[in-house]
Structures are given as structure tokens and as C-alpha cells.
Design a protein around this ligand. Structure first.
Ligand code: AHR
Length: 329
């Protein structure tokens, strides 16, 4: 076990905070906790904020050495990164998995090497749950259920008897896609008067969604009636809105209700402007929660297996300029 630096450093930081102009000395290199993070990529505004949150927490001044690998949306790159972390003998591996399946072997390798793995953001589907020590992230199914509950209210208040829905899915097989899709699927089963017009794969990106929606609309002989676009993240919503508006549709008040997940600042601005009807939050600021798990492990404790982050939803009625200005992402 390495001599850990965090506690003494915190104490000296507190002591020294009374001494003007003095900052605590940096920890010696060999005392740093080495954390290897395998990130999905940079496909969305959410993902960028998520990477920043991790990088802001795992700093040398806080006692960490961070090895950060961007997988550029490829699971094989994530597997390679984990193997590299094992060779580098990191103290902890943080995996933000692209999709749920395909991790058993590489996580077994990490376990055999004695390196605890923390899963962040999406979940993994592994036969042996002891392959990871904890998961920190969102309850994606619950996010979907909250969005669907809002849609039920919307249908009631607007008196719409039928709803024609376009569904833009995120990266297939990711927990975010699985949970949000499952909630809508269940709602479609519950409401015979809700029609799924088309399901498109937006892969959580603005560019792909724009192309998919544009292509779909161009293939229709008559412009389809669209009441709702259920986008599984903000960037998909931005791409869908662009394609729909170019085709002559109105999004927001008096037009198509756009539902979006993430609730980044740009989305909230469009929500306040009335273009996005529901912004369902997915909180990317997972750095502090992840570091919290590591602190528990460092002190010899056993962290809870599941840590869901708090999330809420926003509509034009519940938003203010001040809330958007205070938004960290
Ligand atoms: O897994 C979280 C999802 O992935 C976010 O909703 C999305 O924006 C990101 O790409």
C-alpha cells in the first residue's frame, strides 16, 4: 500500500490557509493515487462537461495522477485503454462504458491484477458483479419515465387525443439509450392513441440526427404530421430541430413538442425560448462522486454499489435567465 498523501495534504492546506501567500507543497510523485479513466469520446456537450468534471477533480494538487484515454466512440479502444492501465499498474480504473455488454474479460483482467474498477455514467452488463466496485451515474430509465409522465400531462392539457411521435435513439446498447427507449416503449404500449411514426438512430450526435431526420422527411410523399420528437440527448434535439425547421415545421409552442435529455445550458436557453418543451436533466458532473468512492476505498471502507446522481426536469415555466447563467455546463 502506498503512503497516501490526501489526508496530510488536506490538514496542511487547512493550517496553511491562515498564512497569506503560502500554498501547500505539491505531493511527491510516488505518493499520488494513479487513476486511469477510459472515456467514451466527445460526442456531445454532456460528454465534454463530464470529462471536464473528471479532470477538475483528479488533479495533482488533490493527490492524484490522472491517465485519461478518449476512446473516440470505439469500445475496442476502451478495452485497449484498460489493458494499458493494467500494465501501468494504476491504483484505480474508472470506466465510462460506451455500451453495456462486452466487458467481462477485460474487467476480469483488471480484477486479477488487483485493480478496483469504478463504472461511471452508463452501466455494464457483466455476469459477475464483483468485477466492479461501484457505479456512479444516472438512472436513465427513471429519466425516461419522468419525460413520459410529462408527455402524458402535455397530451391531457393540450387536449391532443392522438400523438404522432418521432423517436431519436442514442448510441445503441448504451444504458442511456436502453433506459430512455424502454420508458417510451412502455408508454406506447400504455397509450393506444400514441403512434410511433419512425425510430431513427442519432448516436447522440447533432450531425447524425440532422442527416437522419432530413433524410426521413425527404422520403415522405406528403409532410407527415408530427406532434412530438423524443430525442435521447440535447445534441440530437439540436440536429432534429434544425432539420424540421428547414422542412417548414415549427418546434415548440404551437408546433412540435421537442423532448430532450441532458439539459445543458444551450438546451435550457432553447427551452426558455420555447423551442424545446421539456429538458430532462442528465447530470454530467460525476467527478466528485467518483472521487468520493475512491476516498472510501482508500480509507479501507466499502462503498455503496450504486450511486445515482440527483436530476430534475425543466420547462419554460420553471426556468429563469438566472438559472441558466448559473448552470455549470
Ligand atoms: O450516457 C450519458 C449520455 O451520453 C448523455 O445523455 C449524452 O449526451 C451522452 O453522449
Amino acid at each position: 500500500m502506498k503512503m497516501r498523501w490526501i489526508l496530510p495534504a488536506l490538514i496542511s492546506a487547512v493550517v496553511l490557509s491562515g498564512c497569506a501567500g503560502q500554498t501547500p507543497p505539491p505531493p511527491p510523485e510516488e505518493a499520488l493515487i494513479v487513476v486511469g479513466i477510459s472515456q467514451v469520446g466527445a460526442e456531445s456537450d454532456w460528454r465534454v462537461a463530464n470529462s471536464e468534471s473528471m479532470k477538475a477533480v483528479f488533479t495533482e494538487s488533490s493527490g492524484y495522477r490522472l491517465l485519461f484515454e478518449d476512446a473516440k466512440q470505439k469500445q475496442e479502444n476502451q478495452i485497449t485503454a484498460i489493458r494499458k492501465f493494467i500494465q501501468q499498474k494504476v491504483d484505480y480504473i474508472v470506466l465510462l462504458p460506451l455500451r453495456e455488454t462486452g466487458w467481462d474479460s477485460v474487467l476480469q483482467e483488471a480484477k486479477d491484477a488487483g485493480i478496483p474498477v469504478i463504472i461511471a455514467d452508463r452501466m455494464v452488463d457483466v455476469a459477475d458483479e464483483s468485477l466492479f466496485v461501484a457505479h456512479v451515474g444516472s438512472n436513465f430509465r427513471m429519466e425516461g419515465e419522468k419525460a413520459v409522465a410529462w408527455l402524458e400531462d402535455y397530451a391531457r392539457f393540450t387536449g391532443k387525443e392522438t400523438l404522432n411521435i418521432i423517436h431519436i435513439q442514442g448510441t445503441m446498447g448504451s444504458t442511456a439509450q436502453i433506459g430512455r427507449t424502454a420508458a417510451l416503449e412502455q408508454a406506447l404500449k400504455n397509450h393506444a392513441d400514441w403512434t410511433l411514426q419512425i425510430r431513427l438512430d442519432g448516436d447522440f450526435t447533432q450531425a447524425k440526427t440532422y442527416e437522419e431526420v432530413k433524410q426521413y422527411l425527404s422520403e415522405q410523399e406528403v409532410p407527415p404530421e408530427i406532434d412530438v420528437v423524443y430525442c435521447e440527448n440535447d445534441n440530437e434535439a439540436f440536429g432534429a430541430i434544425q432539420a424540421l425547421e428547414e422542412a417548414g415545421y415549427t418546434c415548440g409552442e404551437g408546433g412540435i413538442a421537442v423532448i430532450s435529455f441532458d439539459a445543458t445550458r444551450n438546451c435550457l436557453t432553447q427551452c426558455l425560448n420555447g423551442k424545446i418543451s421539456l429538458a430532462m436533466e442528465c447530470n454530467p458532473l460525476l467527478g466528485p462522486l467518483t472521487a468520493g468512492v475512491i476516498r472510501i476505498l482508500e480509507s479501507g471502507g466499502t462503498p455503496e454499489k450504486e450511486h445515482y446522481i440527483e436530476e430534475r426536469s425543466f420547462t419554460k415555466e420553471t426556468l429563469t435567465e438566472e438559472m441558466i447563467a448559473a448552470r455549470l455546463y
